[in-house]
Design a protein. Structure first.
Length: 114
């Protein structure tokens, strides 16, 4: 377990960020599996999703709430996934889709305020 405060963040937020990181890595591996069809990418992706869910469980156990944590996770994961899709995998997004990220970013900001 991490100390009570890490980088001035509550422990549950640290594990929530770990959840996002594991989920993004798993998503990238899943995309590689979809592109190349190599089973190793699929298996590593599943491992990443398992680690992400372990981080989620620890986040909830460490004081995170389902309502705040799930919205922050969904918005942050969505924004990072779109950025990776655009810049790493060269996927296309319309201006309306990019504008649609603004409410997600606003959700992260408002839910992070105490």
């Amino acid at each position: 377990m991490l100390p009570a405060k890490w980088l001035f963040l509550p422990v549950w937020v640290v594990y929530l960020l770990a959840l996002v990181a594991f989920e993004i890595v798993a998503d990238v591996l899943a995309k590689q599996f979809a592109i190349q069809g190599k089973l190793v990418f699929g298996m590593l992706s599943i491992g990443g999703y398992v680690l992400a869910n372990v981080a989620w469980l620890i986040s909830l156990r460490s004081g995170g709430t389902l309502s705040r944590g799930s919205v922050i996770f969904s918005a942050l994961n969505g924004v990072v996934a779109v950025v990776l899709g655009l810049f790493v995998f060269h996927e296309k997004a319309s201006p309306y889709q990019l504008i649609g990220m603004a409410p997600g970013i606003a959700a992260i900001v408002f839910l992070s305020m105490e």
